[in-house]
Design a binder for this molecule. Structure first.
Ligand code: BEZ
Length: 271
């Protein structure tokens, strides 16, 4: 398989991601059910992270290739899942510039598309990577995703470190916007829906931990001496909104989940 090798600007702590944010894959199981992979199918997992869902899809007999923009994620995916019989293959690739030698039956993606901020390039690449009749099944952050987490950080930053910009590296579209992008690229959109999914963080973790894990580029402009104070104030501001009486914190996730099909040339799209 010919994938364009290009690292995105962000490096993850893959071990911390696996230890503290395993819920990302756990919630993705619903998307695997929607994909309904069949034995022998070729499936591309776009933004596969440490490969847990790719391995789960492969365990059902599909031939899976996982790609991710982060080299550490891919190294971890290979170490965890790359050895077994029928295991997925993995490669570093930029989702904005997908290139494949042989078309896939399905492209799957969980909790990754919001990191790809030029969606038309992504959707066009996925379309080109599918055979006619192939499907694109995915879930990612929708309009309104992590709105409270963002609001808390912005408010804390304005109080503690006025003038430091809070720039977000994510794309959270509405259902209508994303469906239009899919259709403009040539897809038939079969299902698309928005839902709120408040998601418990690991016990003991707070909003500050979420920001440290997922927002290093957002936190980078804060001088070292103010970053901790901004995060502490973020927790103070958000405790009532995002933590329950037992001290369990939640991320205010909102998801966009869809199935789209690359039509057959004759017009039948496999519905
Ligand atoms: C999400 O899964 O919605 C998400 C995760 C990290 C950063 C932003 C959004």
């Amino acid at each position: 398989m010919n994938t364009t090798l290009m690292l995105q600007g962000m490096t993850w702590n893959a071990m911390q991601y696996d230890n503290n944010f395993a819920y990302v894959s756990a919630y993705g199981r619903g998307v695997v059910d929607l994909l309904a992979p069949r034995a022998g199918e070729r499936v591309l997992d776009l933004g596969c992270g440490t490969g847990d869902l790719a391995a789960e899809i492969a365990a059902g007999g599909a031939r899976v290739h996982g790609v991710d923009g982060d080299a550490e994620m891919i190294r971890t995916a290979v170490a965890k899942h790359g050895q077994a019989e029928g295991a997925p293959t993995f490669a570093v690739a930029d989702g904005h510039a997908l290139r494949v030698d042989e078309p896939f039956d399905a492209v799957f993606s969980n909790a990754a598309l919001h990191w790809m901020t030029r969606p038309d390039e992504v959707v066009a690449g996925v379309y080109a990577a599918l055979r006619p009749g192939g499907r694109f099944v995915a879930e990612f952050g929708a309009r309104g995703n992590v709105a409270a987490l963002i609001d808390g950080l912005r408010t804390a930053a304005a109080e503690v470190a006025p003038g430091v910009p809070v720039e977000l590296p994510w794309y959270f579209p509405s259902t209508a916007e994303y469906a239009t992008r899919l259709e403009n690229a040539g897809f038939e959109v079969h299902t698309v829906h928005w839902f709120a999914r408040p998601t418990p963080l690991s016990p003991g973790d707070t909003a500050a931990d979420w920001w440290r894990m997922f927002g290093p580029s957002v936190l980078a402009p804060f001088p070292d001496e103010t970053r901790a104070a901004v995060l502490a104030r973020t927790d103070e501001l958000l405790r009532e909104r995002l933590a329950d009486a037992e001290g369990q914190w939640f991320a205010d996730y909102a998801r966009l989940r869809f199935t789209a099909v690359r039509p057959q040339p004759g017009g039948s799209d496999g519905r």
